[in-house]
Design a protein around this ligand. Structure first.
Ligand SMILES: [Zn+2]
Length: 127
C-alpha cells in the first residue's frame, strides 16, 4: 500500500513530494529536537525547492491543529472508551500524548502542507 507515487508515502516518510526519492529533512529523526526544523533547500534528485515562498511552512500550523486533534481523539478513544479511564486520567493522557508526539505532529503537518501544493511527478522521479 505504501509505495512511491502515493501521497501517503511522502507524508509518512517526509520524502520529497515531487519525486519521493529522498528525505526533505537533514535529520530524519524528529526527536532530535535541535534539528527538527532544518530542511534541505531543495531536492538533490529533482531540484524541487521545498520553501515555495518565504514563510511557506507557517501554513503548516493550520494543519498541525487538525493533526493534533486527531491524536487527541485517538488518545481519548483509547483511554476513555477502550481502557475505561476516568475523565481526569483521560485528560492527563491526552495532554501527555500531545506532548510526546509533538515532534511527530510537527513533521507530519509540514509533510501534509507541502503535499497540498506539490504533487508526485513520475518523470521527476525517473530523472
Ligand atoms: Zn525530489
Amino acid at each position: 500500500m505504501l509505495k512511491k507515487g502515493n501521497k501517503l508515502y511522502s507524508i509518512l516518510t517526509g520524502s520529497c513530494p515531487k519525486c519521493h526519492e529522498e528525505s526533505m529533512y537533514k535529520v530524519k529523526n524528529p526527536y532530535l529536537l535541535g534539528s527538527i526544523f532544518s530542511m534541505h533547500d531543495k531536492c538533490s534528485h529533482c531540484g524541487t525547492r521545498y520553501k515555495i515562498e518565504p514563510s511557506f511552512f507557517y501554513g503548516a500550523m493550520y494543519v498541525s491543529y487538525a493533526v493534533g486533534i486527531a491524536f487527541a481523539v485517538a488518545a481519548f478513544v483509547i483511554a476513555f472508551l477502550i481502557l475505561g479511564a476516568g475523565l481526569v486520567n483521560t485528560f492527563i493522557t491526552i495532554v501527555a500524548t500531545l506532548i510526546v508526539f509533538l515532534p511527530v505532529i510537527i513533521r507530519l503537518s509540514r509533510n501534509i502542507w507541502i503535499n497540498l501544493f506539490i504533487h508526485y511527478d513520475p518523470r521527476a522521479a525517473a530523472r
